[in-house]
Structure formats: structure tokens, C-alpha cells
Write a protein that binds this ligand. Structure first.
Ligand code: ADP
Length: 724
């Protein structure tokens, strides 16, 4: 309950008493004090206020505010008051009152009930009556009715007060304002005070907000907006607005920098003409659309820089004749005063935006960028810079010199450390020259391209360098693959061809014993097989790359494949011991028999090839336990095939690369052994086509372990029976 018992009768008696008080001869502030005290008997509000525009015979109004005694220390929301004034309807809602520091007291945020009623009478807005109560007190219902009944009485009182109160003198000044306009001393003082604050301001939004706020306060307007002017596009770019209904800005927030054509509306006209315009009643101007329902008086003024409007400010009121010469003079003076600070703030804002924009580009570029001073010290670098060099945050923290710190940190990874050192020093020797260099790193292998461009300061003096670093490992890799392809293929073609040609020539031109002929023919056959294998491998690679390899899958037992392979490899196994650990009870796998045979064949031949001193080769096949598989291996049932040798092994830096096409570990051993570097890339592709994985472990000089997996199919497939 917000009213006491018997509330209707009580409300009527309050109304009668309020009417009586309002008709007394006292100044309105005293009468309002008593009215608020009386209202408290019927409505449990926390505080109340009356904002009114005292009209006079002359154009212009005086804005006055009267408060209830025992005010709540929370500040009133002026923007809300303006919205109620412009909305033309009473508003009740719950609001949050802010926790401003009042005196020494720090108040918590509080929720409050709010009732705001515009005092509208005879087509004119006289004022706004507002009540605030604690959150648990409703202001809807009887309190609303009581307040509604009071509004005409208040309109009468405000009208009478407007006639009684002397208006501030107009045109009584000496005309020394920036525009040469005359202003009342009180206005001049306000202007001087605003001027002082504007001089300190660099922040554009803060400056515009100050102009708008002070303009609203001084003119008594219920709504106002400020926009920047875009002359190229003939548009206004809205910066902030207060008091207008949201529909006016297409429902977007007023600060969203909406663009509006300057062809319509008073603000656009003021911007185009570059002068202030006062319209006492928009409804009388057919070519001016009113800014929102109920707008009557409008006042717009440009803020000119170098003779043209850089910004425009507009004020609106629901009261016709709300603004007069006095308001016009004040707004013009305000705009003239704001010109210089605005120009400074706009430039500052542009500089900030440019810096921010460039900063974002700098940070987002994948190219590593670093600005160096004349001594090679890094002044600024983007995240890609540290990432490309593999620096951690600690390492790249200032002060950081490329010639000292970068070279030292990278030393263990640089393939040719002198290249980088020389690059740094020659940059300092010849400050005006653009330079480029490629740097190779190991662990991980990387190739970086550095472009070093001289930079100049605003006086055009060389100030240092900009280093732009790009990762060209891929390009380098593509080059390497191409070169390796040409040299491998030509070498692998030439060697067997030379033997074939040599032996066939011998056989054609000379007589040999039957045994010799057989031996030569066998060599020719072996070399021709090598050629055929090379061609086969090359075709496989291109088929795999084109995605043309299809599997012909059947349920198959691996035991049979192993038996065939060992027989086939028997002749090559002269120096090696072959150990088989293949249980007879292996679950069948769903595979392309020929392809899997090729995989095991490739791995076994490599094991033989790369253990030239003989040793043991073990082939183990089992159903994999989770511990047999690498952590990232897909889940499910798998058969794991393992091939171990005791050969030359593979160095850790080569191990990840042996799967690449044409990649061959380059050392005396491998050079002597020969090969194309294609086998493992084909092998991996075939395993992965089956859904399996392949991986290797190795230790240089001790031997290698190659593993791959094949999926064991679900029950459905197994029931259909095994092949082979
Ligand atoms: P190729 O044997 O024709 O050179 P592969 O693709 O089969 O090509 O192998 C790539 C490289 O991996 C080989 O050049 C060799 O350096 C290394 N490699 C492969 N298998 C072994 C192994 N079992 N032991 C040592 N190194 C091996």
C-alpha cells in the first residue's frame, strides 16, 4: 500500500489543500515546499521535484527547479527528465539511482520507483513533476491519480510565476563575446567558465558532451544533439544526443555515429549555410520536419573551423517560442568559443584513430615487423616478430638489439650465423640502403626472409630501420622438392640406364660364355627392374596426389601376406637374420591386400637397405593394446605391424621429414645406398587410406622401428568371412 486507509477521501482533501496553497501569493518555491510536504501525507515518496519553464511575454524562458525538503542524496537523472518532457506522457518505472559520492558519504547503488509527469496544458509544456520512492513503494495507481489531478493546478501556478518573475536582462551587455554578440553578464560568466574548461580538453567525446550539456542547461531545451559535418558526402555524423525518442535514430544508440543527410532538418541547414538558425515554431515551417513528435522550437548552430562548419549543435523544445534572441546569442557565442578547442580535439582524435588503426594493422600482420633505432635496438615489434624468431616474451623484452641479442639467442639454431651478423652490421654501415637476406634456422627447420628498409624521422633524417621478416620455409621447401626431384630422378634413371646400355652393348658386340651371358642378362634385368620400380613409384605418387587411388578391400589375414613376403625377400636377406613374431590367431583385417603387401614390402626393404652391416630384422604383428599406440591415435580395435632393424638409424632432426616426398637423409651411408625418397611417402599414404597411422622411432647408429596400424572391422564385416 502506498496510500493510507480511506485514501480516496484523503486524496481529495489533499488536492483541495494543495489548490489552496498554489493560489496563495507566496513565491512559487515556498509554495512548492509546502505542496511537497502535504503530498507526503498521501504518497510515500522519498523526494520530489518540479522542473518548470517560466514563459514570458518576450521570447525565451527561465528554467527553474523546486525540490522537496529532506531530499534523497542521489542525484537526479536530467536525461530522464528530458525524456519525460519530450515524451509528453507520464512515466512510472523502476530506475537505478547512481552511487555518487555526496559530501563524505558514499552511497551504495539503489533501486528506486520513479514517477515523472509532464505538465502539459493548452498545447504547451509547462514543466515536469517527478517523484522518487524507495524500490518497495509503488507509485502506480492512487499516487498516479493524485498527481494527474494536480497537474493543471501546477500549470496555472507556473504560468502566474512566469508573469511575476523578472526575466534576466536581454541584450544588456557590451558585446565583447567572440561573435561580437551582446550577452547578459550571467551568460558571459557561464561562457567564460565553459571556455576555461574547453581549453583544457583534448578528448573529443568529453568536449562535445560538455557543449551539449551546458547548451541544454542554459537554453532550457528538452532535447539536443551534436554532430560532426562531413562536407565530402554532405552528411552529418551524429556524435551524441539527449532527450530524443529512440525511434528518431532508427532505434540505434545516439552515439553510434549514424550518418544523416544534411539536406533535411535544421541542423543540416545550419551546417550547409554555416550560420546559426532559430525556428520559433517548426510546425509553421512546411519544409522542416520536426525532430520527434511534439517538437516546436528549434535552434541549430554550426561550430566553424576555417570558415566552414566542422560540427553542428541543435536544441529542441516542445514549447513554441522556447528560444529567443538570448538563447541564440548564447549558442552562437558558445559555438564560436568551441571552435579552436574543437579543431584541436578533432585533430587529436584523428591522430588517436590513426595510431589505433596502424597499431591494429601492425599487431595483426603475419609478417614480423620491428622498428630499430640507428644502433639496431628494437623500439617496437609486433607479435609475429617474436613468433617467427621463436623468441619467448622474456627474450624479446626491451632493451633488445638485433646484432647483439638476436644473434646470440639464435646462435644454436642458425645454420650460418655469420650471415645474420654481417646483415646487421652492414645495415648500420649503409643506413640509406634497403637490404634483404635469407636466414636458415634448425630445430625446427625454418627459412626466414628479412627485408630491412631505412626509416626517416619527420626532418627526413635517417632514424633507423624497419625489419620485415617473412617465413619462406614453404617456398624454400617447394624449391628443394623440385631440385631434389630433378637430381634424384635423373640420377636414378642414369645409373641403371648406363648399366643396361653398357651390358647390352657388350652382349651385342662380343662373344661371351653362357655363364657370363646369364650374369650380364641378370644385371640388365635387375637394373631394368629398378627403372620400372622408379617409374612405378612416380606414378603412385601422382595417383595418390590426384586422389585416384581406390582400395579394393576384403577381410584378409595378414599371416598369408607375411608368408608370401618372406619368400619373396629371401634372396635379399643373405646378410640379415629375419625374425617373425606373427601369432597364427591374428584377427582378420579389412584391407586392400596388394597395397598392404606393398607397405610391408617397402618397410622391410628399407630395413634391409639401411642396415648394410647385416643384423636382425624383426617383424612383429599383434592386436594393439592402448599402450602400443601413440596418444593421438584414433580409438578402436587395431592390428599393429612393427618392423625393427639394427641399421644406421635416423637422426632426430631428420625423423619427422622422412615421410616427405623426395626427402632423403643426406649422409655418406645413404648416398652410397641410393634411393628416391618416395617409398615412405607412398607407404604413409597407403596406410592412411586404410584409416591407419604410421610412425617411426630411431636412434642414430642403433637402428630403427617403424610401426603402422590397420583397423580390425566390427562384428558385421567379420561375419562375412576372411579372404586369403
Ligand atoms: P628411399 O629409401 O628411396 O630413399 P624412403 O622414402 O623409403 O626413400 O625413405 C626416406 C629416407 O628415410 C631414406 O632416404 C632414409 O634416409 C630414411 N630411412 C628409411 N627407412 C630407414 C631405415 N629403416 N633406417 C634408416 N633410415 C631409413
Amino acid at each position: 500500500m502506498t496510500t493510507r486507509p480511506n485514501s480516496a477521501i484523503e486524496a481529495l482533501s489533499i488536492l483541495a489543500e494543495v489548490t489552496r496553497i498554489l493560489h496563495e501569493e507566496q513565491p512559487l518555491n515556498q509554495r512548492m515546499h509546502r505542496v511537497f510536504a502535504l503530498l507526503r501525507v498521501g504518497v510515500r515518496f522519498r523526494d520530489a521535484r518540479l522542473t518548470c519553464w517560466l514563459q514570458s511575454a518576450q521570447p525565451g524562458t527561465v528554467r527553474q527547479q523546486y525540490y522537496s525538503a529532506d531530499g534523497w542524496p542521489y542525484p537526479w537523472d536530467e536525461a530522464l527528465t528530458r525524456r519525460v518532457a519530450l515524451g509528453g506522457v507520464s512515466a512510472t518505472h523502476n530506475i537505478v539511482v547512481r552511487n555518487d559520492v555526496v559530501g563524505d558519504q558514499h552511497l551504495p547503488v539503489a533501486q528506486a520507483s520513479y514517477l515523472g509527469a509532464p505538465i502539459f496544458w493548452g498545447g504547451r509544456l509547462w514543466g515536469v513533476l517527478e517523484l522518487r520512492a524507495t524500490y518497495d513503494t509503488s507509485l502506480i495507481g492512487p499516487p498516479q491519480e493524485l498527481i494527474a489531478a494536480l497537474l493543471p493546478q501546477l500549470a496555472v501556478a507556473i504560468a502566474q510565476e512566469g508573469r511575476r518573475l523578472p526575466l534576466p536582462p536581454v541584450g544588456a551587455s557590451d558585446g565583447d563575446t567572440p561573435t561580437g554578440l551582446t550577452l547578459a553578464p550571467q551568460r558571459k560568466q557561464q561562457l567564460a567558465e565553459i571556455g576555461e574548461r574547453l581549453e583544457e580538453m583534448l578528448d573529443l567525446p568529453a568536449l562535445l558532451s560538455l557543449l551539449l550539456r551546458r547548451g541544454l542547461e542554459t537554453t532550457g531545451a528538452e532535447a539536443g544533439a551534436i554532430a560532426l559535418v562531413d562536407h565530402e558526402r554532405g552528411e552529418l555524423v551524429l556524435q551524441m544526443a539527449e532527450g530524443y525518442p529512440a525511434e528518431l535514430w532508427n532505434g540505434l544508440p545516439a552515439h553510434s555515429h549514424q550518418r544523416l543527410s544534411w539536406e533535411t532538418g535544421l541542423a543540416g541547414r545550419a551546417a550547409r549555410l554555416g550560420r546559426a538558425i532559430l525556428v520559433r515554431d517548426v510546425t509553421q515551417e512546411p519544409d522542416l520536419p520536426p525532430a520527434g513528435a511534439g517538437a516546436r522550437a528549434e535552434l541549430a548552430a554550426p561550430i566553424c573551423i576555417d570558415g566552414r562548419a566542422a560540427a553542428v549543435i541543435i536544441f529542441d523544445s516542445t514549447r513554441s517560442n522556447a528560444f529567443g534572441e538570448d538563447e541564440l546569442a548564447f549558442v552562437r557565442a558558445l559555438c564560436a568559443q568551441a571552435a579552436h578547442p574543437l579543431s584541436r580535439a578533432v585533430h587529436y582524435q584523428e591522430a588517436l584513430e590513426n595510431a589505433n588503426y596502424l597499431g591494429q594493422v601492425f599487431a595483426a600482420l603475419p609478417t614480423g615487423l620491428a622498428l630499430l633505432d640507428g644502433n639496431g635496438k628494437v623500439l617496437r615489434a609486433n607479435p609475429a616478430w617474436g613468433n617467427l624468431w621463436g623468441l619467448n616474451g622474456q627474450q624479446s623484452r626491451a632493451p633488445f638489439h638485433v646484432s647483439l641479442d638476436l644473434v646470440e639467442i639464435l646462435l644454436p639454431r642458425l645454420q650460418e650465423p655469420l650471415r645474420l651478423t654481417e646483415f646487421c652490421t652492414s645495415g648500420q654501415r649503409t643506413p640509406g640502403e634497403t637490404q634483404t637476406q635469407r636466414v636458415r634456422l634448425i630445430n625446427p627447420t625454418q627459412e626466414l626472409q628479412i627485408l630491412s628498409v631505412p626509416t626517416r624521422d619527420s626532418q627526413q633524417q635517417f632514424s633507423g630501420r624497419l625489419w620485415a621478416v617473412t617465413n619462406v620455409t614453404r617456398e624454400g621447401e617447394a624449391d628443394r622438392v623440385k631440385n631434389e626431384f630433378v637430381s634424384t630422378v635423373s640420377h636414378e634413371l642414369r645409373t641403371p640406364l648406363t648399366s643396361i646400355l653398357g651390358y647390352t652393348e657388350l652382349l651385342l658386340n662380343r662373344e661371351f660364355s653362357a655363364a657370363e651371358r646369364t650374369q650380364f642378362t641378370r644385371t640388365v634385368y635387375t637394373e631394368a627392374s629398378r627403372l620400372s620400380q622408379l617409374v612405378e613409384d612416380l606414378l603412385s605418387v601422382s595417383r595418390i596426389e590426384a586422389g585416384k587411388v581406390k582400395l579394393n578391400q576384403w577381410l584378409t589375414s595378414l599371416n598369408s601376406i607375411v608368408a608370401e613376403l618372406t619368400t619373396q625377400l629371401n634372396t635379399q636377406l643373405a646378410r640379415h637374420r629375419m625374425l617373425l613374431a606373427v601369432p597364427p590367431s591374428l584377427p582378420p583385417v579389412y584391407i586392400d591386400r596388394d597395397k598392404v603387401k606393398q607397405v610391408i614390402f617397402n618397410l622391410l626393404t628399407n630395413a634391409i637397405k639401411y642396415s648394410p652391416n647385416g643384423g636382425q630384422i624383426t617383424l612383429t604383428i599383434k592386436e594393439a593394446q592402448p599402450s602400443d599406440l601413440p596418444p593421438e591415435h584414433p580409438k578402436g580395435r587395431w592390428v599393429r605391424v612393427a618392423i625393427h632393424d639394427q641399421g644406421i638409424g635416423i637422426a632426430p632432426e631428420d625423423l619427422p621429414r622422412i615421410w616427405e616426398r623426395f626427402y632423403r637423409v643426406d649422409n655418406t651411408n645413404t648416398r652410397r645406398i641410393g634411393g628416391t625418397g618416395l617409398g615412405l611417402s607412398i607407404t604413409r599414404a597407403l596406410v592412411e587410406l586404410h584409416g591407419g597411422r604410421i610412425w617411426a622411432e630411431s636412434e642414430l647408429g642403433k637402428g630403427s622401428h617403424f610401426y603402422f596400424t590397420l583397423p580390425i572391422p566390427g562384428v558385421e564385416l567379420t561375419r562375412r568371412g576372411a579372404q586369403g
